[in-house]
Design a protein around this ligand. Structure first.
Ligand code: AMP
Length: 215
């Protein structure tokens, strides 16, 4: 079963998906993380995707489908939190036609955050090169400057978290990804959660919404 976790870049999907995986045992799949793994390993997919990602644009749909299939694997009873896919209507339809026979989409939960807040979150974000944990220069700084609290790895700024790419990514979200919200709204399994405020409170609202979708 799939829960599609929607929200603009910087809405906190990654943080909440990690919590859902740690605390509720759900399986998290992030297409952005999967692509970054390909880039790091220098695979064919990584070579094709790296520059597109750095500009903040979308990687072609056919590439994403291969990446998604590889991550999702065979039919199972897992509850999968899908972060970063679908990002346009064509991908939502592909998910329905190609994946849903084995992994039905039980709900789309949308983390809603204002544009000004998204820009502030993305531009101050720092990510651990070791374990992928996220920090923020002012909102959630690491205890030791430049080092991850969890694994001691060095922190870096994602190449697509610079001002120009942030603006492209938010525009791409507005122009392509919002159609996905309408799509799930029409299907009747859509729920909006306020993504601003305290992480644990957002988590509580999110788990309630997901439980409703699964029951
Ligand atoms: P994210 O970590 O979800 O912000 O994704 C980082 C980047 O990976 C995006 O800006 C896109 O370039 C690429 N990406 C991730 N998921 C998708 C997708 N479903 N379709 C196209 N590109 C994607």
């Amino acid at each position: 079963m799939i829960i599609v976790l929607m929200g603009a870049p910087g809405a906190g999907k990654g943080t909440q998906a990690d919590l859902l995986s740690e605390r509720a045992g759900y399986r998290k799949i992030s297409t952005g993380d999967a692509l970054r793994k390909h880039v790091k390993l220098g695979t064919k997919v990584g070579k094709l995707a790296g520059e597109i990602m750095a500009r903040g644009e979308l990687v072609p749909d056919n590439v994403l489908l291969d990446v998604l299939k590889e991550e999702i694997g065979p039919k199972s009873n897992d509850v999968i939190i899908l972060d970063g896919y679908p990002r346009n209507l064509a991908q939502a339809e592909t998910l329905m036609k190609v994946v849903e026979a084995d992994h039905p989409v039980r709900g789309c939960v949308h983390l809603d955050v204002s544009r000004s807040n998204l820009i502030a979150r993305l531009s101050g974000r720092r990510v651990c090169s070791g374990c992928g944990s996220s920090f923020h220069v002012s909102g959630n700084p690491p205890k030791k400057d430049g080092l991850c609290d969890k694994c001691g790895g060095s922190l870096y700024q994602r190449p697509d978290d610079d001002a120009k790419s942030i603006s492209v990514r938010l525009d791409v979200y507005d122009s392509s990804t919002k159609a996905v919200l309408d799509y799930y709204q029409k299907r009747g399994n859509y729920c909006k959660v306020n993504g601003e405020g305290v992480t644990d409170e957002i988590f509580k609202e999110l788990t309630d919404a997901i439980s409703t979708c699964l029951n």
